[in-house]
Design a protein. Structure first.
Length: 187
């Protein structure tokens, strides 16, 4: 069975807004390695569209947006090549190595994906992981805590209806002061 792994960057005060995190080469290498540990990515519509807009042009043409650095290209190539499952009730079609999963089939589809042989699945974002946590489908949670206070949200798992007790399985410190902590649900 393939594990479903979740990873999110959060500030010390819990914000997971992608615009406020630390974006350095070491953290991008870590993110690319996380994606490479999976056979496929599972994204909600918002995360899929955001990632596609940011990384597909760089991976395909080498043309960088003004905020991109040279060292971001390996991450762009990794995410571009990854197979993607996009959960959406509003999109009619997807491309970028992606297939559409209807939101009303989420649990059945993710369970089927997990039953397939392989290295694992990777999920990011905010709303979709909340639904997956509610269903008990996430096998590993990684929180990359960034040494920054921002004073606003969004926050991961806002609205979670039940506790998910976790046990720490690994910890990694980065030069920026960020700390990646990986957890698995307690049995």
């Amino acid at each position: 069975m393939r594990p479903l792994r979740y990873s999110i960057n959060v500030t010390l005060d819990g914000c997971c807004d992608h615009r406020v995190g630390i974006a350095d080469e070491e953290l991008h290498r870590h993110a690319a390695a996380n994606i490479a540990r999976a056979d496929a990515l599972v994204f909600g519509r918002v995360t899929y569209q955001m990632m596609e807009a940011a990384w597909r042009p760089l991976a395909r043409t080498g043309v960088r947006s003004d905020w991109m650095a040279d060292w971001m290209e390996p991450f762009a190539r990794t995410i571009d090549a990854a197979r993607k499952h996009v959960v959406s009730s509003t999109l009619d079609q997807v491309d970028w190595n992606a297939e559409l999963v209807r939101g009303d089939h989420l649990e059945r589809t993710v369970r089927q994906l997990k039953q397939q042989p392989g290295k694992g699945l990777f999920v990011g974002g905010v709303k979709l992981p909340l639904a997956l946590a509610e269903l008990g489908l996430i096998d590993e949670y990684e929180f990359i805590v960034q040494p920054r206070l921002v004073g606003h949200g969004p926050t991961p798992f806002a609205g979670l209806r039940k506790y998910v007790d976790l046990k720490l399985v690994s910890r990694q410190e980065f030069g920026s002061g960020a700390v990646a902590m990986r957890y698995e649900p307690k049995a």
